[in-house]
Design a protein around this ligand. Structure first.
Ligand code: GDP
Length: 347
């Protein structure tokens, strides 16, 4: 019998189909079930853990979370708008996180409170999205005057960007007066960053043409300041050359309407060089655009843009979830609404 093919050996216990740790993982990553007022009070009192949880609430897709998030946002809106919002972009390797750490620490030493957010729709948090790994900015992560938040996890660019903008409002209500929004300068996401910031800083490398750096002309056109990073060691002369090349290139772009003349500077994030000049340019920009009304105009335009985006997204979602739409889609095709390809077209 032992040798029979019909003999069934005692197997090992079948492992559960669902990872038993999963439920505690998801519980841990869900925002706690506070009332909106608890979030609002926590944010206004500068409670970092409540601020983080409120952002998690904003990022949640659950409709009950969304409802509370909406109330929290509405209550925070009157306390927002008082920061300077700076978009920072550049190709991977340009030195964004090193620069943010260096310039950010310089700003907090000057007494400013800094929040760093990101827009990176291309990657999931678990796969190391930009800012996903706080070890990239160790010093800033431990700075009591800085708050670092990774990009919302993968989704449509519009959705990710909207969540970042809403997080920005909460950070401002929590008293952060400088906001950095980091993005990778290779796709569409810098347009989203541009639509929620006042000042756009493009980080470049010397010794590489802009084609090589994958920066599109449109991205350069949006820049209020180009910083040639890594101007240290043997690279100083090359960085100065790149600075004058970019400076000349910037003159070729049409005026932005802000009366500001974009310019190129050099810096070294590693050696903390060139930071005073960058801050001075940012201060000059804000002083000019607050005086001539451009900043207020731009923020109103941005508010209108986001209102339209929200309306579009809400209407689109409602439309696609509507039972009648589903019925029509089903009637148009067979097999659950899928349109079947004629067999003659199948290869
Ligand atoms: P990111 O991908 O744009 O965030 O770039 P990182 O900040 O991760 O920097 C990429 C590499 O460039 C790292 O090895 C940094 O140490 C280096 N790096 C960044 N800034 C500087 C700088 O100012 N000078 C030099 N020499 N290296 C730098």
């Amino acid at each position: 019998m032992q040798n029979s093919a019909l003999f069934v050996q005692q197997g090992i216990d079948r492992p559960p189909l669902i990872n038993p740790d999963a439920s505690s993982f998801f519980r841990k990553h869900q925002p706690p079930e506070y009332a909106a007022q608890t979030y609002i009070d926590g944010i206004r009192n500068g409670d970092l853990s409540i601020l983080s949880q409120a952002i998690t609430l904003i990022e949640s897709t659950r409709s009950d979370h969304q409802r509370i998030a909406c109330n929290v946002l509405e209550a925070c809106l009157p306390f927002s708008g008082n920061s300077i919002r700076i978009g920072i972009t550049g190709v991977p390797g340009a030195g964004k996180s090193t620069f943010i750490e260096s310039f950010g620490s310089y700003l907090t030493r000057e007494g400013r409170r800094l929040a760093v957010l990101a827009i990176d729709p291309s990657s999931e948090r678990s796969k190391g999205s930009i800012l996903g790994d706080k070890t990239r900015m160790e010093r800033l992560a431990g700075d009591p005057n800085a708050f670092i938040r990774p990009s919302p996890s993968a989704g449509s660019l519009g959705g990710v960007a909207r969540k970042t903008r809403e997080s920005l409002i909460l950070c401002e209500a929590a008293g952060y007066n400088v906001i950095f929004i980091e993005t990778v300068g290779v796709g569409q996401s810098e347009i989203a960053v541009h639509s929620m910031t006042d000042f756009f800083l493009l980080l470049m490398l010397s010794g590489a043409g802009d084609e090589l750096q994958g920066i599109k002309r449109g991205v350069m056109e949006m820049a209020d300041l180009i910083v040639i990073n890594k101007a240290d060691g043997d690279n100083v002369a090359k960085a100065s050359l790149a600075q004058s090349l970019y400076q000349n290139a910037l003159h070729l772009f049409p005026p932005t309407g802000s009366e500001w003349t974009p310019m190129a500077l050099t810096a070294s994030a590693v050696e903390h060089k060139g930071l005073d000049a960058i801050l001075q340019k940012i201060i000059d920009y804000f002083s000019l655009t607050r005086t001539n009304g451009y900043m207020q105009y731009k923020r109103r335009q941005q508010a209108r843009y986001w209102m339209n985006e929200t309306i579009n997204e809400t209407l689109r979602n409602r439309f696609f979830r509507h039972p009648h739409k589903k019925k029509v889609a089903f009637a148009l095709g067979k097999e659950g609404g899928r349109v079947k390809k004629p067999s003659s077209l199948l290869v």
